[in-house]
Design a protein around this ligand. Sequence first.
Ligand SMILES: *Cc1c(COP(=O)(O)O)cnc(C)c1O
Ligand SMILES: [Zn+2]
Length: 451
Amino acid sequence: MAQSTETAYQKCINPACAAEFDCRQTIFKCPQCGDLLDIQYNWDKIEVPGKLSDFGRRWATRDNRLDFSGVWRFRELLNFCPDEYRVSIGEGQTILQQNDRIAEYLEIDKGCLYLQYEGLNPSGSFKDNGMTAAFSHAMMVGAKSCACASTGNTSASVALYAHSCGLKCTVFIGSGRIAFGKLSQAMDYGAQTIQIKGDFDDCMKQVQDVCVKLNLYLLNSLNPFRLEGQKTIMYRIIEQFGWQVPDWIVVPGGNLGNSSSFGKAFMELKQLGLINKIPRLAIVNATGADTLTELVNAKNLKWNNGNIDQTIIDKYYKVLTESNFSPHTCASAIEISRPVNLKKCLRAIDVCEGVVLAVTDEEICDAKALIGKYGLGCEPASAATIAGLKHLRDHGVIDADEKIACILTGHVLKDPNVTVNYHKNNEGLFSNPPVECDNNLDEIIKLISDD
Ligand SMILES: *Cc1c(COP(=O)(O)O)cnc(C)c1O
Ligand SMILES: [Zn+2]
């Protein structure tokens, strides 16, 4: 069972089970106990660079497609498949923007606030970091068709990678729950798009059964290979900080794949002696989809070395089911009430001394407009980071002189409806509505001069 001869293997995160499986198996959940699977490495069989800055040499060999990829140039740290299967469409060309104007608004010192803009990925969200890794695994196991449930960005990313890999692709979406930019991508990239009368959690349940019945390759973040790719968002942040770690990472929490993978990234880097400090992690929910916040802050749910108190989770979900609860937030990408990666996220909170909080839709929309006004813009879920950061500053959890990286998970054009409504309604802190004007030169000149 123990895959001692391989560089990588899959392992159940439940310590009472701890079953191990070969990476060539396509299982997604532990067949013995049903818990989540993790990718583990036999580091002594991998030539990991002696220091992180050694990865910088790959900038000089960018004509190699793997060195060009912002994911695969760190491939020694996610070494679960041979080069020949590794898929890339140029993901991970993202930037860390120092933003002193938003910092000033949040009373953070100049030079301390940074925005990691993952909207620059090929499909416009961070999801591409994970998909490039998961599709590489799909190629390794010879998958022919694939599927995912999605609040939007997963479907866009899956559809894009599927057609570039020649895989047939079906995406499940809760009807009426998807932002237009994302739906348009899934259709344009040629995915079969199935709109289920329900929410994301309903889609997630259906897709798992469909994948087993029809032998489709599953691309939700339940897929542990996806999370391996998402670790590289942290590597790139460290790289852009001159190979130093910041004090804080702030990330929106939906299905909790990102937060889980960030925790794993730092855990491994520390274990390898490549960093000596682990940054703290702040995970931000929307108040209309705040399962993590409730479980961690109100019910005191903890990682506890993997021995998680399942009764707390079961009780909480039972109440959701009995009250027919459906999550609601304008940040559709985090409109999830049964986060698949909850347990791995608890580990990340443990590793990174994490904090969890929830922000209102109003706060999200104002923060989004602030990011648009002074930064590169983002979609609503991404703005939960700045909204959350405001709380953390107001409550003194984060000091003015700490270095902070907020993950802007998706592109500003993903959800134009939320943006246009916010500005047109003119009720937000930063609303900037269009002005109507007659087709008349004097009137136009007067409008501009009066402004
Ligand atoms: C998927 C997504 C999220 C949620 O990330 P998780 O890893 O599921 O917590 C947040 N923002 C955007 C833009 C997303 O697409
Ligand atoms: Zn197990």
